[in-house]
Design a protein. Structure first.
Length: 262
């Protein structure tokens, strides 16, 4: 049996990172008599979290990002997800999806998949944006008992090319990222709630709504997939590390997840 790290709570994952202690070195030089002491040592720069700089990892928190979907009207909903960014309460934005990737969201009706592990600056993350490219979309719905192609438009009826969906957090509960800890965010694309389908047209007309809900609570009744090549095994702690490769990708750096074995 495998599981996520044993310190996982409903809303919080434990991070297997050792925090480095920061030591401030104070230097002073003195002179004899009444000559005043002068400190010529430049002030130590404050190090802040840079998600793209591994040397600042001990100043960051970690976000585990997963995706799922609720049952809807679609047989296939395959698009290219270009970006998934989160916004802090102060207005700063951080990208959480390191690589553009092609996804069929109908695969996640019965499944939650870990898609990214990302260092983030501490703070409250209150909203986000998902950018989807429909240029090569493959979208099918059931019509008269058969699969029928559908055209996705915005509310004005214009076919979609690249479209931004706003991410709202369920019950206005922000994602709280603190230094040295890890958090989980599950993005539920809920195709049924975020689209209106009209099967009376030919081709079928689908109108996309610009809102998707994300939650810090995992969907307990769904299987969770952590997929990717094996990186490391720790027999003493009964854990192994996986380099995430979601969506059956063979390349790309999506981060590393540690899995406990019982």
């Amino acid at each position: 049996m495998t599981s996520l790290p044993s310190t996982l709570s409903p809303t919080r994952l434990a991070m297997r990172l050792g925090l480095a202690a920061t030591v401030a070195a104070l230097a002073a030089c003195g002179g004899g008599g009444s000559t005043p002491i002068t400190d010529t040592t430049p002030p130590v720069a404050t190090v802040s979290c840079d998600p793209d700089d591994a040397t600042t990892a001990d100043q960051c928190g970690v976000l585990y990002l997963a995706v799922t979907d609720a049952d809807g009207d679609f047989l296939t909903y395959t698009v290219d997800v270009v970006s998934l960014s989160l916004e802090r309460a102060n207005g700063d934005t951080v990208e959480t999806l390191p690589n553009s990737t092609r996804i069929d969201f109908t695969d996640y009706v019965e499944l939650t998949e870990f898609v990214s592990v990302r260092n983030l600056p501490p703070g409250n993350y209150v909203a986000g944006t998902i950018t989807i490219d429909y240029s090569n979309a493959e979208i099918l719905v059931e019509k008269d008992g058969a699969a029928a192609p559908a055209t996705v438009t915005d509310s004005a009826g214009s076919p979609l090319t690249t479209f931004d969906l706003s991410v709202t957090l369920a019950d206005d509960d922000p994602v709280r990222i603190t230094r040295g800890t890890a958090s989980l965010l599950v993005v539920d694309f809920d195709l049924g709630a975020s689209h209106s389908v009209d099967v009376s047209t030919d081709p079928v007309s689908v109108v996309a709504e610009p809102i998707i809900v994300a939650d810090i609570e995992p969907v307990d009744e769904k299987d969770v997939r952590v997929r990717g090549p094996l990186v490391d095994v720790n027999t003493a702690e009964s854990t192994y590390d996986v380099q995430l490769r979601p969506f059956f990708r063979r390349d790309g750096d999506f981060g590393v997840v540690s899995v406990n074995v019982t």
